[in-house]
Design a protein around this ligand. Structure first.
Ligand SMILES: [Zn+2]
Length: 166
């Protein structure tokens, strides 16, 4: 599975190779109108950033987030946007993080009722998920995934259901 290979390359520090596969999968997902395309673009962007191709990486991250905004997927944009900011900061991409923060500030309906609802939803307690998706091996980030119920979330990358371990 190409997606598993990309996750493995990313974990092994082969960022450019991983980025190229994520980007290819993202473009394929757009053609087939798969809702996971934005997450694949953001992941491709992170890979290129870590691989040292900063302008390309930043463009891809923003492209993925913009797709969520254009589709009105505010909850996902809020979660993925803020998580991505934290990751960029943590990895020392200060300039990119500041640019992204300014853009998010502009684009997110921060004061709307919907945004408030999203923040409340984020505070609810959920079960502990495995750290990697059993199907594609992608990282499972409880702060970003879409929860289907208290113990089940959907993998951002392959769409399979990830269940909390009993
Ligand atoms: Zn998966």
């Amino acid at each position: 599975m190409l997606l598993s290979q990309a996750h493995r390359l990313m974990a092994a520090g082969e960022f450019i190779e991983a980025g190229a596969i994520f980007e290819r999968l993202a473009r394929g997902a757009v053609e087939r109108e798969i809702p996971r395309a934005p997450f694949l673009f953001v992941q491709a962007g992170k890979a290129y950033l870590e691989g040292g191709e900063k302008p390309k990486g930043f463009t891809l991250v923003k492209h993925g987030l913009k797709m969520l905004a254009d589709a009105g997927r505010w909850g996902e944009l809020y979660r993925l946007g803020h998580r991505t900011l934290a990751v960029l900061e943590e990895k020392g991409f200060t300039e990119e993080s500041a640019r992204l923060a300014a853009w998010l500030e502009e684009i997110l309906p921060e004061r709307s009722e919907r945004a408030t609802a999203i923040r409340l939803q984020d505070k609810t307690k959920h079960a502990v998920l495995p750290t990697a998706c059993p199907t594609c091996g992608g990282p499972v980030d409880p702060a970003v995934v879409t929860w289907r119920d208290d113990v089940t979330a959907e993998c951002l990358f392959c769409g399979s259901m990830v269940r909390a371990e009993a």
